[in-house]
Structures are given as C-alpha cells and as structure tokens.
Write a protein that binds this ligand. Sequence first.
Ligand code: AMP
Length: 249
Amino acid sequence: MQPPPVVRRTWRLVLLGPPGVGKGTQAQLLSNALGACPLSTGDIFRAARSYQSAPGSAMAVAQERMDHGELVPDDLVLGLVVERQPCLRCRGGFTLDGFPRTLRQAVSLDGMLETHRLRLDAVISYELSEEELTERLSGRRMCRRCHAVFHVVKRPPARAGVCDHCGDVLERQRDDEPRAVKARLDAYMEATLEVEEHYAKQNLVVSIAATGEPMVIIAHTLDALAARTLPSEENHSPAPRGLAPSNAG
Ligand code: AMP
C-alpha cells in the first residue's frame, strides 16, 4: 500500500504515544515521506549505551533510569536537545520522536522554537490499548549485533533466539522486561498526558489509532496532516506519493 499524496510544504511535528505504539517506525516513515529531519531522544540514549559511561556521570544516570523504565531527568534531556538545535532549523522540517515527554520539556521546546521564529504544525498522538502495548513490548527481541528487531509471536525469527540477518543472538532489551514495561507505561501516563493537554490547548493534536500495519498507519497519518493544511496552501500541487518536498535540507 502506498502512502497517500501530501500537500507540498514543510512539516514540524512532535510525535506522542506510549512506548510500544510504533512511534519510532512511524517517525522514520514520516521523515522519509515528508523529507523532515528525524530526532529521537530514546535513540540517542540507546546509542550512548555502546560507550562506557563513567560511573555517576550524567549519561550513566540516564542509562540506569532507562533500564528501569523511568524517565531521564529533564536537564539532561534538554541539554541533548539544545545541542541538536540545528535539527529544529532544518529546512525540510523535523519529526520529534519521544520528546517532549514532560510539561517542562514541552515549555522549553516552545521557547527554543520561538527563538528561531518557528512553530509546530501538528502533534501526532498515536493511541493503542495498554494490553496490546504490553504484549508488543515484552515480546520484542533485538539482535545484539545488527539491532534488527523481532517479536516472539508477531515477527518470529526463522530460528528461535537467532537473528535472520546476521546470525547473532537475539536479546530482550532491559527496558522491555515486564517490570520495566509497566514502569514505562506508568511514567508515560503520568508525565506525557500533561504534554498532550498542553498541545491540545494550542489545537495542535491529531489523534491516530495505531492499529494495523505500519503502512496503513502512515497512510492515515498523512491523510490527517493533509486535512490540516491551511486554506492558503490548498492551491499548491500535491507532491507525488510519499515523495519529499523540494525544500528538504
Ligand atoms: P523511547 O525509545 O522514546 O521509548 O525512549 C526510551 C527511554 O529513553 C525512555 O523510557 C526514557 O527512559 C528515555 N527517554 C527518551 N526520551 C526521553 C525524554 N524526552 N524524557 C525523559 N526520558 C526520555
């Protein structure tokens, strides 16, 4: 299934949704379809895992919080985002995945955007039942070498516990252990609902049911974004299916 046409313009988006909802996949698909710069704070923390963080350092604290399914302190997250501010100025727009996660982060993002005279176009909120989220997360397995992702039921490898791509061992990530999953979902409920309310007041929230295959979900998302196009932009010709806008930078 091909994504539907999208009106040619730059999109600056925040993606909200509980862990396991498929935000990461959608962020990637959306960034490709819209030519936007993807930024995922969760990916930054996961990547930092490969480096040996000094005990007690900010990154070591972040990793410990992450392993327990807890949120990383705001100051550390905001420091990372401030370092990556050029992404916010990307001419092709951006998709923020996993940030902001708290009201303080959302208010800080508002400030950063204001400094650059930019504004968000939409906040996409992906929704799925808690049962399905728990099942998705606790069944997830990742290859320790090539990081390919499988699911014990929904996307099993040909040989149990072995990566189809490189033959290395599949492991459950520490934050996908059942206790950490529960903590992650609780942390999401506690902090991120406030973020959604913040954006609802600005009339930015677009809710999308995250059920079905990723290509179906992206098609719904692009439809919903096209429907939000401002009247002044309606005369622009639609981009070819799934093609990046010409001003991607
Ligand atoms: P994610 O892949 O977005 O689910 O993020 C994985 C983990 O990284 C989360 O469970 C948190 O521990 C941490 N994390 C990622 N982004 C943030 C954020 N914006 N604020 C606090 N913690 C975060």
